[in-house]
Design a protein around this ligand. Structure first.
Ligand code: ADP
Length: 503
């Protein structure tokens, strides 16, 4: 006969002295898919339990020899997880209740219908399933807790042994975590600072301000960065981000601190080396250039045009080298922080006019228009170093001329931020309708020696140092530069100069 197969692989033992009950139960249970053992006496049943794994026992209370209650006691001792279902006649109902008190799981009155047995057995099976599930969940929970605690201690060990400083604050600017490297780098004595406000443990006001700005959502850009030096002559770079909650709310800040002293020293050594070599090369190159100019002058009547061409190429190349050396020296000075800006009141309109006048000859040689557009309104005199401004605008206008084809147009326009009631900056745009710059190059053009190489720019000589010099000088002047460009349509470089006095 086909089994109903609901057994979940469970095994049942029927202990009853009545053969009809044993056989009848076996038939019903086997049909449900259970494996069934039978015993006509208590002692025989206990032997089976000793030798085989059994989940449910159907146990008659009234049997000759060892009675059901005694068998129940032994089963409880042997394995309390076995579910015992008492089979009882009406006359012994009270004993059945007693048996339940002693730990039997359920009872079924005799005689019973197949459905009654099925219901009781299904209930027991469900109980076994739930007990198994509970056990599994308990084990899983135990495992998760164990995993969690190892994970936690693992993360703690990693954070504690990181060479970089790590600081986490809450939204009130109190320390939630500060690793030993952070304390060591910033010179905080080794102790637990959890819960202390950052102002009490961090000396550098700028760093505290940055952390405060991040926590309150006032950081201008993310990750916010801040470079500073410590008493022990260490150069440190802090970069921080907000810690965000599920709804995007700020819960605090996390700051990473790196010791960049070695990088700084290397950078300084490199700048010093470049400055030294450039300085040594400048005078002999200038002499060669002057002598080539003399040779070229003498050659005019006598030599062949090919020789003249070669000498003039050599003269051009030395001029290129002299200009490269000049740029390298300027950049080294800016990077070493050795530019002595002599800020004085500057009438920007007059200064721009003289630069544009000077450059007009160059633009005219390429049939280009070079216009200066000044605002109608009066604008204030700014305080800046005029030589730095000449270098900035000289470089930008030279680039506009170089990277615009013959016949193009260049415009230098001065704005006094018309939208602002109290403007903080003056803006000067240098706009051309030249070759333009691809988006992928825009991020790189302010890097040292970066030059865009394409069909249009290939033959234009340059050093790739002009824009880094412009950027460096503007940083010194507390100004800024932005660029917008479209290939084949042109570029606009916007220079921002502060109206406040630059010290
Ligand atoms: P250089 O002009 O000596 O190559 P710069 O640092 O001044 O070096 O400029 C870097 C690069 O940026 C240039 O090589 C050029 O490709 C690009 N560039 C600068 N200004 C312009 C401009 N106005 N139009 C198009 N490209 C420009």
């Amino acid at each position: 006969m086909k089994s109903e197969n609901m057994s979940n692989g469970l095994t049942i033992l029927v202990v009853d002295d009545e053969e009809s009950i044993r056989e009848g139960s076996e038939r019903i249970l086997a049909r449900m898919g259970y494996h069934v053992y039978k015993a006509s006496q208590g002692s025989e049943g206990l032997e089976i339990l000793n030798d085989h794994p059994v989940s449910i026992v159907l146990l008659d209370l009234k049997m000759p020899g060892m009675d059901g209650m005694e068998v129940l006691g032994h089963i409880q001792k042997l394995n309390p997880e076995i579910l015992v279902i008492i089979i009882t006649g009406y006359a012994t109902l009270e004993t059945a209740i007693e048996a339940m008190k002693q730990g039997a799981y359920d009872f079924i009155p005799k005689p019973f219908e197949p459905d009654q047995l099925r219901i009781v057995i299904n209930r027991a099976r469900e109980r076994i399933r739930l007990a198994g599930e509970t056990e599994r969940l308990a084990q899983e929970r135990q495992r998760n807790l164990a995993d969690l605690s190892t994970e936690k201690s693992r993360i703690r060990t990693i954070v504690e042994s990181l060479p970089n400083g790590v600081l986490v604050t809450n939204v009130q600017g109190q320390v939630a975590l500060m690793n030993p490297a952070f304390q060591w780098l910033t010179g905080i004595e080794a102790r637990d600072v959890t819960g202390e406000s950052i102002e009490t443990c961090i000396q550098d006001r700028g760093l505290c301000q940055m952390i405060q700005d991040i926590s309150t959502g006032n950081a201008l850009s993310l990750p916010a960065t801040y470079e500073f030096t410590t008493v022990g002559e260490k150069y440190l770079l802090a970069s921080g981000r907000p810690v965000l909650g599920d709804d995007g709310e700020c819960l605090g800040a996390v700051v990473n601190l790196v010791d960049i002293t070695a990088m700084k020293v290397l950078d300084r050594l490199k700048s010093e080396f470049v400055a030294k070599v450039s300085h040594e090369l400048r005078s002999p190159l200038s002499t060669i250039h002057e002598q080539l100019a003399l040779v070229l002058k003498d050659m005019v009547e006598k030599e062949s045009s090919r020789d003249q061409y070669l000498i003039s190429r050599a003269k051009e190349k030395t001029l290129g080298l002299i200009s490269l050396i000049g740029d390298l020296l300027d950049l080294s000075r800016i990077e070493a922080g050795n530019v002595c800006l002599e800020c004085k009141p500057v009438k920007l309109d007059e200064l721009l006019k003289s630069i544009v006048d000077f450059m007009t000859t160059r633009a005219s040689a390429k049939n280009q228009r070079l216009d200066l557009v000044l605002p109608d309104a009066l604008f204030p005199t700014i305080s800046a170093d005029p030589r730095a401004l000449e270098s900035i605008f000289g470089n930008l206008i030279t680039n506009a001329i170089n990277y615009t084809p013959d016949g193009g147009a260049i415009e230098v326009r001065l704005y006094l931020s018309p939208d602002d009631v109290q403007p903080t900056h003056i803006r000067i745009d240098i706009r051309d309708n030249g070759f333009g710059i691809e988006a992928r190059d825009l991020d790189n053009i302010f890097k040292r020696f970066y030059r865009v190489k394409n069909e249009k720019t290939r033959f234009i000589t340059g050093t790739g140092l002009g824009l880094p010099i412009v950027k460096g000088l503007l940083d010194e002047l507390k100004g800024d530069i932005q660029v917008q460009s479209e290939p084949a349509r042109g570029s606009t470089f916007s220079v921002f100069l502060p109206l406040a006095v630059s010290e």
